[in-house]
Design a protein around this ligand. Sequence first.
Ligand code: PMP
Length: 471
Amino acid sequence: MTTTHPKQDFRDYFVGVDVATPTLDGSTRRYVNLDNAASTPPLRSVQQAVNDFMTYYSSVHRGTGFKSQLCTHAYEQSRQVVMDFLGANPAEHTCIFGKNTTEAINKLARRFPFTSQRDLVLTTGMEHHSNDLPWRSAAEVIHVGLTPDGQLDEAKFDAQLEANARRVALVAVTGASNVTGFINPIHRLAEKAHAVGAQILVDCAQLAPHRKVEMRPLDDPAHLDYVAISAHKMYAPYGVGALVGRRDTFEHGDPDMRGGGTVEIVTLEDVVWAEPPDRDEAGSPNTVGAIALAAAIAQLTTIGMEEVARHEAALTAYALDRLAKIPQLLIYGDSDPARASERLGVIPLQLKNIPHFKAAAVLGYEFAIGVRSGCFCAHPYILHLLGITPEEARRVRARMLARDKSEMPGLFRASFGLYNTFEDIDLFAEALENIANGRYQGKYVQDKASGEYRPLGWAPDYDQYFSINKH
Ligand code: PMP
């Protein structure tokens, strides 16, 4: 089937999106990456910025030499770019660079000013583990319930907030789900949190690459107090993430990690901590990562986040429409193409007749289509979406603890990035039609311990494509 689609202009902006990779029958096919909710390929402008920067790369925050000063200047400029992108301002906010969203949220969990009166975190049942587990070790946590299709149940949120109005210190909520792509009404939740004297963190790992995020000034009742992002989901995979948040929080208290860079004065008797953000960036920072993130933001801003959202909504609407024509396919979350612009391009799926691990494997090995399958670091959410009863969950848990994941519940997920095209979706849908109808050739063997499937005879020579020894 050949379909004519509008020309898409974004592929040329990206590195490696037209590369052919091997498949089981010995041929190669253009690799179609539909796993952007996990990580995205780099923008060309990011790769170029990093290359250009390498000429001047040197120590940051230390040396007196020109290169050191230039690096410090570029690093601090990157901080400002991130703050501007998120609508933060240096009088009220600080930007702390770290590894990723997970590190950012762990830091906030250790640095948040809980008090004996305000010691409770209100989060939701749709969170990634990275915005759930850090809170469990920092405070008492309430997980607000969901609607059957997996959206935050705002009536339940309101009831929990009201019932615990004096104790809620923080609302910790995802901006958008990495499983269903549902977008939360973050500013409305912020207003409600502030009305009871709580603050709000929005996990923007998924939202920031696809939508404009506006933290807004602190005197706006709908402002966001903290935002966490990961550059590897924003086309800048150089190992950096950022926590942008209220300066006053990080002006107080001891840093969670101590060492070089965090201090003003050290004597053998005492320590005076540095002002934010230095207090919270122990050790030598990831200067290259910060510059890469700033370069990605510059490119996304030039394209325009409205344009990013428009293109991705068109892809999502097209995909939902196309996938609905495959009778063996179940679409979770919201499957209505008319509402595509209200959510992200993340689509959780299941084939009725094939386990999720196997469907994902065949897509990869035979059709060169990269997706992810399993529980997407959101076990409670997946159990909810699949409607798994507590008894079933206990049975599965016992098997998993006995190192058998062969029947692990889960889904497989297609997630779109800015460079994906309608043709990518056609290829995906055609591959699913083939798989659903048994039109694949591999003999797949499941590894019980991981649950994953591999076809017999698969032995690609990875060194032919990339070898560390050749560099
Ligand atoms: N939150 C959400 C919603 C995510 O999708 C992810 C990554 N899948 C994370 C947090 C964690 O991000 P990272 O692995 O970059 O720390």
